[in-house]
Design a protein around this ligand. Structure first.
Ligand code: IVH
Length: 704
């Protein structure tokens, strides 16, 4: 769709528009400006969401988008249906109307091994009379099936699969998926109306980040990326759908009518040609992932090879789909009422299994949270034996109606943690028992509490042994003080033997006694001693993270460490001061404040200081000869090329200083995606230079 020349023209047009925006100047006419903005934005959507290779900064994109929106608000009569602004939906969906598909959305026949595929190929060869068939193989995306209709080049409808004959009209939500073009040049190929099929997915990282946030907000995590994708498609608030980061692969043109007098495009004689055509038209299709081979043996080899690649993909797939490549041959083979005879799914090894739920244990976390953990008869799933599965909280047990003795369906998808999909209620024989949630801490026996706004029960006794041990395990862990060769098992062992009671004790261990323990040779003892000694000089943010202050993750720990000279500075900080720091909200600020207001915590920090643990922000001693010496920087919004912490480190290396808020003392504000109030505030102070991430990289003169 975009030739090199067009891409160059669009890149120049973007530059031109940006400079005109600065000077508040239109192109020749308002129509021309609107058209240019729409073309540039749609092109950049494609670069970003389909090609994953953006060519302008998010800040520039946002500026262009805002300009388009403003002009359209001033001239509503000039809004077009495929304007990028039209993805933004107004209001909630009251009800999803059921709509018939133009062509029933058939399913696929499944195969599980080479024999199944050989069998299927034999039938196809017999029916076609061919000695060898050409196949196109592509991933079987594990998401939610959709159908799209384009009429006169415009996206007019998006629907779920439903029962295959009719689905739900989810057009407003489909428009939130930015890799799906609102218009595409089907007319160039003579196509007037077309129904396209594909799959909506959430990539594994987006899913993991989404669940991390849910857990932090005390909400149970969503089961798997597939459920998250199909759930997202049916949300009533399209703006929420937009935030889910959905992606879509389109792989099938199921129905089309041609413009009068036009003939079938050559690309539409094979399935692989269709995938290429979809890509050319601006869709994300498995054109790159597909493989065309001759004969079934090559299909089998490729499927087996791809199964090993499965975990390297950014999204979930549950198998491969093998399709007869030639359309004439597809027509000859035809279909049953359930599936086409010209395609078959090759399913990868199941990542689901059933097993008996034997018991539920209640674990006490570092912050006193009580987590129910299901103990099942160990079963192998996707190459790993699963015996313990977190149930997160009481709600999950109720929601899934779990009972002791139930047969449960367990799933483990890729690097996603295992979870219980459901109990198989049909298999109950009446001997199953209710799971009783404890009223008291299983370790210290204090009464448990559940604050109204939370879904988690807690033990509030901070001296509860379980919490003490978990805090120490966290302190020595890789992301915190990173005391190599210490680990969970040693913390537990030393604690149970009375050799370790609290965090400072880590630096006062009696190595003579430890040396007498079984399994501690001279070498492992020296390793442990060295690792503990080395950890004393860890940077401040690791210590802050290691303290296990509630809601303080690695990022917040870095923000805090950057904001102070010495950890004890935080003792005097007010909640307002903490709140002024980047990305710290009231809940987190309150938690930090109460940690440093607690005398026991201060005593522990003093003890650690006396034991020689680094308490200072050593990065603060500035490099006076650096290029940025004396300059202050602040970052806001999401950066894409650099990690925020790395960018900050670069500034400090060059003698610059990171500050925590916008004031007249700030020299540079670096703006990433979704920059908020800081940008607005900085715009009002004209001595502050506002930089995009690109401009920041140029300023530092570094190669990224
Ligand atoms: S072709 C007539 N190709 O798998 C066309 N389906 O288990 C039939 N699916 O309902 C579909 N990836 O939702 C096809 N590359 C792919 C696919 C795919 C995932 C889904 C599709 C289908 C289901 C059958």
């Amino acid at each position: 769709m975009y030739t090199k020349e067009i891409e160059i023209t669009l890149a120049q047009l973007a530059k031109d528009l940006l400079s005109r925006l600065q000077q508040q100047q239109l192109l020749q006419s308002i129509d021309e400006t609107l058209d240019a903005l729409r073309r540039v934005i749609s092109y950049n959507d494609w670069r970003y969401y389909v090609q994953s290779e953006p060519v302008i900064s998010d800040y520039e994109y946002d500026q262009l988008f805002a300009w388009l929106k403003k002009l359209e608000q001033e001239h509503p009569e000039l809004i077009t249906a495929d304007s990028p602004t039209q993805r933004v939906a107004k209001g909630l969906t009251k009800e999803f109307v059921t709509v018939p598909h133009l062509v029933p959305m058939l399913s696929l026949e499944n195969s599980y091994n080479a024999d199944d595929l050989l069998d299927w190929d034999r039938k196809a060869r017999e029916a076609s009379g061919l000695a060898e068939i050409e196949y196109c193989i592509e991933p079987k995306f594990d998401g939610a099936s959709i159908s799209l209709i384009y009429e006169n080049d415009q996206l007019t409808r998006g629907a779920t699969r439903g029962d295959g004959v009719a689905g739900e009209d989810i057009t407003v939500n489909i428009k939130q998926i930015r890799s799906i073009p609102l218009s595409a040049r089907f007319s160039k190929y003579g196509i007037h109306q077309i129904e396209i099929r594909g799959e909506v997915l959430i990539n594994k990282n987006t899913f993991a980040a989404f669940n991390e946030k849910r857990i932090a907000d005390n909400l149970p995590p969503l089961a798997n990326p597939r459920n998250a994708a199909s759930g997202s498609l049916r949300m009533v608030d399209p703006n929420e759908v937009a935030k889910r980061g959905l992606e879509a692969f389109l792989y099938h043109m199921s129905f089309h009518t041609m413009n009068p007098g036009q003939t079938e495009p050559a690309a539409l004689t094979t399935h692989s040609g269709t995938l290429e055509l979809l890509s050319t038209l601006g869709f994300r299709s498995p054109a790159k992932e597909k493989k065309v081979v001759k004969g079934i043996q090559a299909v089998i080899d490729h499927c087996l090879w791809f199964e090993n690649e499965r975990d390297n993909l950014p999204y979930e797939i549950d198998g491969m789909v093998v399709k007869v490549n030639d359309y004439q041959l597809q027509d000859k083979l035809g279909m049953t009422t359930h599936h086409p005879r010209w395609a078959i799914a090759y399913k990868f090894k199941a990542r689901q299994a059933t097993s008996k739920l034997r018991a539920v244990e209640f674990q006490v976390g570092r912050t006193g949270s009580i987590t129910p953990v299901a103990k099942i008869d160990p079963v192998p799933i996707g190459g790993v034996t699963v015996g313990s599965i977190s149930l997160f909280n009481e709600e999950v047990i109720k929601e899934k109606d779990l009972k002791l003795g139930d047969m449960v369906l367990v799933e483990r998808a890729g690097d996603v943690i295992p979870y219980i999909v459901k109990s198989v209620a049909d298999l109950r024989d009446g001997t199953e028992q209710d799971i009783v949630f404890p009223t008291h801490c299983p370790v210290c026996h204090d009464k448990l509490v559940k604050p109204a706004e939370e879904s988690v029960w807690r033990c509030t006794n901070i001296n509860c042994e379980a919490q003490v041990v978990e805090r120490m395990i966290h302190f020595v862990s890789k992301d915190a003080m990173d005391i190599k060769s210490f680990g969970e098992s040693n913390v537990r062992k030393f604690f149970s033997l009375g050799l370790l009671k609290e965090i400072p004790g880590i630096y006062e261990l009696d190595f003579e006694k430890i040396g007498q323990l079984e399994g501690f040779g001279k070498k492992s003892l020296t390793n442990l001693e060295t690792a503990i000694a080395q950890s004393k000089t860890q940077p401040l943010h690791r210590l802050i993270f290691g303290l296990g202050i509630r809601y303080v993750g690695e990022t917040t720990a870095k923000t805090l460490a950057n904001a102070v000279t010495h950890i004890m500075d935080l003792q005097n900080w007010t909640e307002e001061q903490i709140l002024a720091l980047e990305d710290i909200g009231p809940k987190v600020a309150g938690s930090i404040r109460s940690f440093f207001a607690n005398a026991d915590n201060i005593a522990m920090l003093n003890k650690l200081a006396a034991l020689g643990i680094n308490m200072e922000n050593t990065k603060k001693s500035s490099n006076e000869s650096g290029n940025l010496s004396g300059q202050t920087f602040l970052f806001t919004g999401t950066l894409h090329k650099l990690k925020r912490s790395d960018a900050e480190e670069l500034v400090e290396k060059e003698g610059g200083k990171i500050v925590s808020g916008v004031s007249s003392k700030l020299n540079y504000l670096v703006v990433g995606e979704e920059a908020g109030s800081k940008l607005e505030k900085a715009k009002k102070i004209n001595t502050i230079k506002i930089l995009t991430e690109e401009e920041f990289i140029q300023l530092l003169n570094i190669n990224i």
